[in-house]
Every structure is written in structure tokens, then in C-alpha cells.
Design a protein around this ligand. Structure first.
Ligand SMILES: Cc1cc2nc3c(=O)[nH]c(=O)nc-3n(C[C@H](O)[C@H](O)[C@H](O)COP(=O)(O)O)c2cc1C
Length: 188
């Protein structure tokens, strides 16, 4: 198995982090890896937000947690009610990929960029976890206004499509769940 495929198998969602910022050169490599994802017609219609300010991270996670606690979805309410639950698992870095609403496929382009960054992080021994609540928060005008009030620099006309936290893991690296069988048809 080559290193790329090993990294794909090795990546896991990490939900506990050391209180230590990732190194700047690692951050830059991760973001550049994101920017090398494929995009429809090569548009690169994205904007990357790096959030490492602890006060703003906490403000955003409180907005996201409130969203879960007030959700119609009982599972989300249950998760957010857990003792000590922190939407970002106290990770020191949050990356958000936003897409240009006028682009051909901003959602797909943003998701692919994020997957590249998760894999790049895993290859560097850095943990990550997708956190969907940031995108959910921007699902209505009120949430978008709350998000934009933090002044994170997402350009007008861009919509957050993917968010994930990054940092050095403070938990044993998890085992992957077994893959579901019977999900592949080969037609020759
Ligand atoms: C679209 C999407 C949204 C997710 N949202 C969250 C989230 O809000 N919080 C979280 O802890 N994990 C989240 N995850 C991570 C999944 O729970 C995780 O990928 C899945 O359980 C498989 O585990 P693995 O990543 O370790 O392989 C999300 C994953 C995806 C793809």
C-alpha cells in the first residue's frame, strides 16, 4: 500500500485535543493542500478562514451549541446536553471553506478542499474533525448574521460549506468502524 492510500485509511475524527497550536508551516501546508483540490472548470471559487483566536472560537462554539440545544432534532439536543460537550472539542484551529455563490459547483468544490485538508493533516500526524454546526448556523438569516458579526472575513456572496477543527490529538488514535458490505456494484 502506498503512503497516500495509507493516509486515507489512517485518517479518523479526533474529539480531544492538546492545548497546543499547530505549527505555522503545517497550517500553511494543510491550506495549500486544500487549494489543490479539483474544482468545476478550475474556478477555485473558495475562501479559506483560519480561526485561531480563542475568544472568537469560544463565541462561535457557543452560538453553535445554542443552535443544537434549540434544535427540533432530539439527537442534536442530546449531544449538546452532554456534560462538558464542546462543539470544537477545544481544538486550537478551526478551518472554514466558503464557496462563491455565483460559481458552478461551490458546495462540491468546498467539500473536496476540506477533504484534502483532513487528509493532509492526517499525513502530518495532526488530528481533525468535521464540525457541521458552523454550516448549519449559516442556514438562516439570523444565524448568518450572528456568524458574520464575528468578523471572520468571509467575503460577501460567499457561503460557508465546510468546517473542521484541527490540532494535536489528546486521545488514542481511533480504530475505523468496519465498512458496510454490499455497497459496490461492478458492471463489466
Ligand atoms: C458532513 C459531515 C458532518 C460531520 N459533522 C460532525 C460534527 O458536527 N461533529 C462531529 O464530532 N463529527 C462530525 N462528523 C464526523 C463524523 O461523525 C465521522 O466522520 C464519522 O463518524 C466517521 O468517523 P471517522 O471520521 O473517524 O472515520 C461529520 C462528518 C461529515 C462528513
Amino acid at each position: 500500500m502506498n503512503e497516500t492510500i495509507e493516509t486515507i485509511f489512517h485518517r479518523r475524527s479526533i474529539r480531544a485535543y492538546q492545548p497546543l497550536q499547530i505549527r505555522e508551516e503545517e497550517l500553511q501546508e494543510i491550506i495549500l493542500a486544500g487549494q489543490y483540490a479539483p474544482t468545476a472548470m478550475g474556478e477555485q471559487p473558495w475562501h479559506f478562514t483560519v480561526l485561531q483566536n480563542p475568544d472568537l472560537l469560544e463565541k462561535l462554539q457557543l452560538q453553535c451549541k445554542a443552535l443544537f440545544l434549540n434544535s427540533d432534532n432530539a439527537s442534536l439536543r442530546a449531544v449538546a446536553s452532554r456534560e462538558g460537550y464542546h462543539v470544537f472539542y477545544h481544538a486550537p484551529t478551526l478551518l472554514i471553506v466558503s464557496g462563491d455563490c455565483k460559481a458552478i459547483t461551490p458546495l462540491q468544490d468546498s467539500l473536496l478542499a476540506m477533504e484534502n485538508m483532513l487528509l493532509a493533516a492526517a499525513s502530518l500526524g495532526i488530528g481533525s474533525c468535521w464540525v457541521h454546526s458552523v454550516v448549519m448556523l449559516c442556514g438562516n438569516d439570523e444565524g448568518t448574521a450572528a456568524f458574520r458579526s464575528l468578523g471572520l472575513g468571509v467575503p460577501e456572496g460567499y457561503q460557508p460549506h465546510a468546517a473542521a477543527v484541527f490540532g494535536y490529538s489528546a486521545m488514542p488514535w481511533p480504530e475505523a468502524e468496519p465498512r458496510k458490505p454490499g455497497r459496490v456494484n461492478v458492471v463489466r
